[in-house]
Design a protein around this ligand. Structure first.
Ligand code: ATP
Ligand code: MG
Length: 432
């Protein structure tokens, strides 16, 4: 069916059929122009009323904007046309007409509210910027997969319907599973560890996570895509190395292969982040935050970093950085502690604007793990399927989870995480 020529490939002198959407029509009296848009770009179609068949001219110039049309004609050089060429039409067909009233303007000349855009995502993605975001997203994920393969990791897929959550019940979406209570998974954490303990050793997964978080912020959604890594015989330092490589590989691939998209997004100055990413301990981080004076109250050991504090530190550091050696008490039970028992091997990768990653070395000693469950108020019995495998030779291992949408939103400087998801799920939005 698709024997058309992409607009970007139309060469002068050729007879082509181009097909796509009516982007714009300009009727100047004796002459009229139709700008046709497809995935590759745009091309001008010129109608000369005196010389051309009336029906042909009317079909072209009366087509409603955003209708799908197919045009056959000869490509001619035209320096005044936006792409330097234009089509002189011989035949034109309206393949699928559009209503004359559109809920939003895909040419982007009229701004629309984010909610209107998300309600009409198909139209919204016809905007150059919308298309660009998701093409960058695809390239980013391709590069992430390649970087994981280079790090000897095997791609896995773990269940999203689960019997127990990873980190307690508060953020879980319950569902009914053949009359039994079940949940949408918050994280592949326990499953990826179970596979890292097998001969597969190093694994990665790119898949959905579900968080019943009540808050509504520009960086939280209720269904996100998590890029996860877990590696046997890795410690937290090794895990941070892999993390840095994956993030930098994603930026480099986008810089190398997404020039057109970056231009559409006004990001001509795009550059991969500088390496190595600084590694600050939690203690250094709170001292630096306190020194900025950004917070009314000084932070002390054991405090979570408030958003304002993270922002102040981000401005101070000015690029990606890790925060390491978090207090054991504020990291989950499955994170291994340092020998002092006070500090954990947990780390976060931060972008100056927000957290991107949490990770750490895992507790692989079964007795310590069971104690951890109890400390966190979780019933170890309910996690028997998991703790059992720690009786049969579980190697030391470490890993992390990276929010794909947060990586994309910080990479492209998007204001709201919803811009980085095709069909976001949040407190207000369940369709489309
Ligand atoms: P935050 O404190 O920013 O809410 P978190 O510490 O609860 O994040 P983790 O459980 O550490 O999140 O998950 C690992 C990563 O997954 C986060 O660093 C983030 O990139 C991503 N992530 C987690 N929850 C969400 C969410 N609701 N929306 C988008 N991304 C998320
Ligand atoms: Mg976290």
């Amino acid at each position: 069916m698709d024997d058309r020529t992409y607009t970007a490939d139309a060469e002068p002198g050729e007879e082509v059929t181009v097909a796509g959407w009516v982007h714009e029509i300009r009727d100047l009296g004796g002459i009229g122009f139709l700008i046709l848009r497809d995935t590759a770009g745009r091309i001008q179609v010129k109608f000369e009323k005196e010389e051309m068949d009336d029906d042909l001219v009317a079909t072209g110039l009366d087509a409603a904007r955003e209708s799908v049309i197919s045009v056959t004609g000869v490509v001619e050089e035209e320096p005044r046309a936006p792409t330097g060429v234009e089509v002189s039409p011989e035949a034109i067909e309206v393949v699928a007409p559009a209503d004359t009233e559109l809920p939003l303007d895909p040419s982007g000349k009229v701004d629309a509210e984010l909610s209107t855009r998300l309600d009409n995502r198909t139209l919204d993605l016809r905007r150059e910027e919308g298309q660009a975001v998701f093409e960058v997203r695809a390239e980013m994920l391709r590069a992430v997969r390649t970087a994981f393969r280079a790090a000897d990791a095997t791609e896995i897929n773990t269940p999203k319907i689960v019997a127990t959550g990873t980190e307690g019940g508060t953020e879980l979406f319950p569902i009914t599973y053949f009359g039994q209570e079940a949940f949408m998974n918050q994280s592949p954490q326990l499953f990826k560890q179970l596979v890292a303990g097998s001969n597969v050793e190093r694994v990665f997964e790119i898949g959905p996570i579900f968080r019943a978080e009540e808050h509504n912020t520009p960086r939280h959604i209720n269904e996100a895509t998590s890029i996860d890594f877990e590696g046997a015989f890795c410690d937290h330092e090794d895990a941070m190395d892999v993390c840095e490589d994956v993030v930098v590989a994603a930026y480099e691939a986008v810089a190398d292969n997404c020039g057109r998209q970056l231009e559409a997004l006004g990001l001509e100055a795009f550059e991969p982040p500088e390496t190595p990413f600084p590694r600050l301990t939690y203690e250094e981080a709170i001292e630096r935050i306190n020194a900025t004076g950004a917070l009314d109250e000084q932070l002390t050991w054991g405090d979570d970093l408030p958003t304002e504090g993270e922002k102040a530190l981000g401005d101070d550091v000015g690029g990606h950085y890790f925060i390491t050696d978090w207090p054991a008490e504020i990291k989950p039970f499955y994170i291994m502690n340092h020998e002092d028992g006070e500090r954990s091997t947990g780390f976060d990768l931060m972008h100056p604007r927000m957290e991107l990653v949490s990770g750490g070395q895992r507790e692989h000693r079964r007795e310590h793990l069971i104690e951890g469950f109890e400390r966190q108020g979780l019933d170890p019995e309910a996690f028997e399927y998991y703790t059992k495998m720690f009786r049969y030779g579980m190697p030391p291992h470490a890993g992390w989870g990276l929010g794909a949408e947060r990586l994309l939103m910080t990479m492209l400087d998007l204001d709201n995480i919803r811009e980085a998801v095709l069909f976001p799920r949040d407190r207000q939005r369940l369709s489309p």
